[in-house]
Structure formats: C-alpha cells, structure tokens
Design a protein around this ligand. Structure first.
Ligand code: LLP
Length: 415
C-alpha cells in the first residue's frame, strides 16, 4: 500500500527526530476503527503496537484492549483503561500465567482468556468467581506464515477443542464465571477458513450449553489481513461482519438469549498507519547485486527476516522528492548479520527490488510498519530503541523518545 505522508512531511520528521524513526498517522487508525463499528466490541490486540499513546487513541475511540503479558496489562492501565466492567476494558489472553501476572489480574479484576486448563486451576484457586473466557483451538488454523498459524495440533495456543468439557468442569469446580468463548486461528484471513471458524464456534457454544454452561459473548479473535502489496485484496469488513453475525444468531438460538460479538484485531487497526524511516548510509555492488545500506535493521523491523514478509518501500531525495523505481536493489541494515535484509522472501532468499537509484543521504520509507514493527523491536547489537511519532493532521507528537546507549548500559553497571 502507498504511504499516507507527503515527502516534505517525512523530511521534516526525519530532520527533527532523526532516523530510524517510526511514524504513525492517527487519521488512518480512526478510519480503520470506523470500518468495524458493526461489532459490539472491538478489542485491540495491543501486541501489534503497544505504545501507550496509541492505546489512549484507541480508548478515546471506544476500542477495548487485549493484553498478553503483565507488561501489556500495565500499559493498558497506564493508558486509562479500567478492567472489570461488562464488557471489561481489558482482557488478558495467554496459555500460561506466572505468579506476578496472576497477582495483577486478581488485583485489577482483569478477565482471563485461558488457553490452558492449568491456568483455570491456578486462577480458580486464587480468585474464585473471576471472569474467564475460554480460548479454544478448533483443530485447524491458518496464517501468513507457519509462525503465525495459531490453530491445529502444531499450535501451542488455546484449549484443544475436545477438552472443552474438561475446561468447563474446571470452571464449575472453582466457581469461575464463564464470560465467553474465543477463537483466534491465525493472522491473515481467507473466507474459506472463516466459514469453518464460524461453524466451529457455533458447535462449541452448543457443546457448552449441552454441558450446562451459559455465556454472554463470543469472540472472533483477530487475523484480518491488510494489503501489503499493491493489488493484494482489501478485506471486506461488511462481509466479515456478516459471516460472524450469522454465526452469532445461530449461537443465540442455541443459548436462548442475546450474545455480544467481539472482534480482536491488531494488524488491521494499525499496520497501514505506520512507516519506518531510515537514512541511506552506503551503496555498493557485490557481483550481480546492488546493495543499499540504511541505518535501520531487523532490530527495528523484524518481519522480513522473521517471516520473509513483504513491505513496500520507496526512496526520496531532499529537494527532488520520491525517486522513480529504476534500479534493482537489495535493501539491508546496519546489523552484523547477513539476514539483516528488508528485501527477502521465505527462508532468507534475497529478493532485489526496483527502487530509486540511491545515494548516501536519501531517505528510505518502509510502508505498512504500524503493526508488529516497534512492538517487536530489540536491542540487538546494543542498538537503542528508535523514537516513535504520532501525526494527527497538523499536530505532531513524539510518543516515545529515542532510547540511549547509556540507558542500556545502566542495566548492567553498578549492580
Ligand atoms: N488475538 C490473539 C489471541 C492473537 O494471538 C493475535 C495475534 C491477535 C488477536 C491479533 O492478530 P492480528 O489481527 O494482528 O492478525 N508478529 C506477526 C503476527 C503475530 C500475531 C500473533 N497473534 C506478524 O508480524 O505478522
């Protein structure tokens, strides 16, 4: 997809804040939220982009939040979310829970979306009456990569579908309160699978009802795809809602009352809002390859190295604008590792890309990096985390300052 910022705007941001730099467009995020208004609850999977200021934006738009760690619960609280309402602002989704996390969910009465029966026992012993969801693995899954497929017997996620009654028994044993059933089978939707997921959800609701359990809600999970490449399909959110709404109606007929329908997207809400800016620091040839080396690497954007993911990108030159794509280039970062290449496919195959004829000092703009970009960054090669900026029309806000090397060293010195 193309980027929502003008070349001049991006130069200004790069000059003011330096590179590497994450930039988000608040208006794109609001537009995506608006597309999902038909759902009773939209719950942002904050792992996609967990900056507190992005969470505040979500909260202001009525979007609830999912947390998958104690840290993410604390982020949601810091953004002003309050757990415990109906539906709760925050839900904690996980397959395991350590003692500190358990203490936090109990203290703040955060409903737990449990992916293992052991979690139900641990929670039940500490907090009888606690609200729980059951995350069910329906026995099949789907994802843009094997690493993002969260269903089927190779996935560690969720309670295996044939264990539903055992999970319900654990709920009854501890007097826990079943809020709803949840399924998330992976990232990257196709409608064939969606029909199957909806059918599986209806069957689970029936099975829970037959086992004597009532519930108030079902969650469709996340997984909505976005068009990373020009020409990729754009998701039809009305059709998506229609399929889930039909499943909800069937489930309501089974339980005999209304059920709330939740959706839990991460990528869809933020991916297209973001770009990552880097500066060209060197160009060089290596046999048939032309390398463009920039000051941002997989410690910032891990997706190409981790999954062979495609991100659109362009080069712009000061005073010239966007450069026409005339030269096949391999775009690589500063890390001391061969896999630090943004233009690669599955298995690390280098895939040169037609780009502008780069010069030192040009700005590289990597598109669609709002989801699983900054939130997956690391300090590899002792590189400080990059700054993040949120643009809202004419307003520009620094929402995370750049980390310093001194801050990193301080973790280890003077112990
Ligand atoms: N709900 C649950 C329980 C999840 O595990 C996930 C993603 C989501 C919702 C949101 O999925 P989304 O709507 O964003 O597809 N790092 C990978 C994606 C990993 C997704 C993990 N779980 C990537 O960069 O593509």
């Amino acid at each position: 997809m193309s980027c929502s910022f003008s070349p001049e705007q991006l130069w200004n941001l790069a000059d003011t804040y330096g590179t590497p730099l994450w930039v988000y467009d608040a208006q794109v995020i609001r537009a995506r939220i608006a597309q999902l208004q038909a759902f009773d609850t939209v719950r942002f999977a904050q792992k996609a982009c967990s900056n507190i200021h992005i969470l505040q934006l979500m909260r202001e738009q009525g979007v609830k939040v999912d947390a998958v760690s104690r840290g993410e619960i604390l982020r949601a609280l810091a953004a002003g979310y309050v757990a415990g309402g109906e539906p709760s602002d925050i839900v904690f989704t996980a397959d395991v829970m350590d003692a500190a996390t358990l203490a936090t969910v109990v203290e703040h009465q955060v409903p737990v979306n449990a992916g293992s029966i052991d979690m139900l026992h641990q929670l039940g012993a500490a907090s009888p009456g606690h609200h729980v969801w059951l995350r069910i693995n329906p026995g099949f899954g789907h994802g843009h990569s094997n690493k993002t497929n969260t269903g089927g017997e190779h996935s560690k996620h969720g309670i295996w579908h044939t264990d539903l009654h055992a999970a319900l028994d654990a709920i009854a044993q501890h007097g826990l309160h079943l809020a709803g059933l949840h399924m998330h089978i992976g990232s990257g939707v196709d409608y064939a699978h969606l029909q199957e997921v909806c059918g599986a959800m209806v069957a689970l609701v029936k099975s829970a009802k037959d086992h004597g359990h009532d519930l108030q809600a079902i969650s469709a999970g996340g997984g909505l795809s976005i068009p990373y490449r020009d020409g990729d399909p754009t998701i039809d959110t009305e059709h998506y809602f229609g399929l889930w709404n039909a499943a909800r109606k069937q489930a309501e007929a089974i339980v005999g009352h209304q059920l709330a329908l939740e959706l839990e997207p991460g990528r869809f809400l933020v991916a297209e809002s973001g770009v990552l800016l880097g500066t060209v620091r060197a160009t060089k040839g290596a046999g048939s390859n032309h390398f463009v080396l920039v000051d941002t690497g997989f410690n910032e954007l891990m997706r190409p190295s981790m999954y062979g993911s495609y991100h659109g990108m362009h080069l712009q030159r000061r005073g010239v604008g966007v450069l026409p794509a005339v030269r096949d280039s391999v775009v690589a970062g500063p890390l001391c590792e061969s896999g630090d290449v943004f233009t690669q496919g599955d298995g690390g195959v280098v895939l040169p890309r037609a780009l502008g004829d780069a010069q030192v000092g040009d700005l590289l703009v990597i598109h669609d990096t709002g989801a699983y970009g900054a939130s997956m960054s690391s300090n590899y090669n002792t590189r400080p985390l990059a700054a993040e900026v949120l643009v809202d029309g004419a307003q520009v806000r620094l929402i995370r300052r750049r980390q310093t090397v001194d801050e990193l060293l301080a973790l280890e010195l003077g112990l």
